[in-house]
Design a protein around this ligand. Structure first.
Ligand SMILES: Cc1cc2nc3c(=O)[nH]c(=O)nc-3n(C[C@H](O)[C@H](O)[C@H](O)COP(=O)(O)O)c2cc1C
Length: 394
């Protein structure tokens, strides 16, 4: 890959300076990517206990917040020790986004708001939302300005997270990065795929380097396919980005944040837990889930999806895996975990590499006529409203 970056790791020396997100100084320039259904208070707590960074809550829609939807408000639950508290908002209407950000900032519900422009799900993009929204330059500009204006009086920084564009023929990220910078956004993060790429193939880190060359006044964060601390260092070296955003790589591996902090501080230590330590982490995750939901059954149901991630590569038989994936009480969880071989060692490469959501490229679905103009035609307004109602993650 050609690159203009010249960041090189030196043992014992910090790879990058701290990341500045408005008034917040993030010593380890690493962000836990917002992931719907994953990055709730319980999971963020586990990650934060392992290493430093910025830990973003699950996305909420601007409409849900404005309507004071109890589920959305519950997503904005933070531990007392979380600082800064990072919320992510998805919206398609500038007035609603403005009001949602005003509520968050004025009611002190969070200290930082990230705007989500990365959702590739066809039911959302088909209505003009998510990763295809920045194509409508005027709408994107209005949303970003609305959020920044609403947050400014409270000194709450607004950041954006986006994809490269709709597909390789309809890229929007360089222009969107400049619009965001000019609007007063604190950082921009790029998931280096298009909506059409979905989660397939490998992220195009070259585009992160291009964004870094283009957006020069605010930090640029790179995102996509960081599965290890070494990947994070490589991304910084190859792209010159100011920080990294890690999603699927930490699913079932909250200790990745320890590795990331070590790597960014120039230290070689890496966490290689045996099955006993993994079992202890799963149990603690279970307890935190029950605390978050204040309901044992809900907490256990939500924990189930994490089991396959935690056990990837470890010597655990099919019956034990199935039992753990159907667990419904903490006591059951304790019993199933106790039956595992706590002396089984770290499996090495089998526990590493890609995990979580993958898939094949998808033809990008956009509203009929969406690509004809870069400005928003009023005919799309009704469908955009639906784009907000059907969103559920990025
Ligand atoms: C289960 C899941 C849920 C996600 N939810 C969101 C979301 O709510 N908001 C968002 O901006 N991105 C969301 N994403 C995208 C991630 O934040 C991240 O951009 C993407 O996974 C690429 O990073 P990675 O290769 O490190 O996983 C989600 C991804 C996954 C796998």
């Amino acid at each position: 890959m050609s690159t203009s970056a010249s960041v090189q790791p030196v043992p014992g020396q910090r790879l990058l300076p701290p990341l500045q997100v408005g008034p917040h100084t993030i010593e380890t320039p690493v962000e836990l990517a917002p992931m719907a259904g994953v990055t709730n208070k319980a999971f963020r707590t586990l990650c934060r206990e392992n290493g430093g960074g910025l830990f973003v809550a699950e996305m909420i829609t601007s409409r849900a917040l404005v309507e004071r939807n109890p589920v959305a408000l519950h997503i904005l639950t933070f531990d007392e020790s979380e600082s800064p508290r990072s919320a992510q908002v998805y919206g398609v209407d500038p007035a609603t986004v403005r009001e949602a950000v005003r509520i968050i900032a004025s009611e002190n519900l969070a200290d930082h708001v990230d705007l989500n422009f990365g959702c590739p799900v066809p039911k959302v993009t088909r209505k003009g939302g998510g990763a295809v929204l920045p194509w409508k330059r005027d709408l994107f500009t209005s949303i970003v300005h609305a959020a920044v204006d609403a947050a400014k009086p409270y000194d709450v920084p607004v950041t954006i997270k986006m994809r490269k564009g709709i597909d390789d023929d309809h890229l929007t990220y360089l222009e969107a990065g400049l619009i965001a910078q000019n609007a007063g956004v604190a950082t921009v993060a790029l998931h280096a795929r298009t909506a059409a790429d979905f989660y397939s193939g490998t992220a195009d880190w070259e585009s992160i380097a291009r964004l870094k060359e283009t957006v020069t006044e605010i930090p640029v964060l790179g995102n996509g396919d960081i599965w290890s601390a070494e990947d994070a260092v490589r991304m910084v070296e190859q792209t010159g980005c100011d920080g990294v955003v890690v999603g699927r790589g930490c699913q079932g591996r909250p200790w990745l944040f320890a590795d990331l902090q070590a790597a960014f501080e120039g230290r070689p230590e890496r966490v290689t837990p045996g099955l006993g330590e993994v079992a202890d982490t799963i149990y603690r995750h279970g307890e935190l889930m029950v605390e978050f939901y204040e309901d044992e059954s809900k907490g256990m149901r939500d924990l189930r999806k994490h089991m396959a991630w935690y056990l990837k590569g470890y010597a655990v038989g099919g019956d034990a895996r199935r039992a753990l994936a159907m667990v419904s009480t903490l006591e059951e969880l304790r019993g199933h975990l106790a039956a595992l071989d706590h002396d089984a060692p770290y499996p090495g490469a089998d526990a590493e590499g890609p995990r979580g959501r993958a898939g094949t490229p998808k033809k990008p679905h956009v509203p009929y006529g969406w690509l004809d103009s870069r400005d928003l035609d009023p005919e799309f307004e009704a469908s955009l409203r639906e784009a907000e109602l059907s969103v559920s993650g990025g």
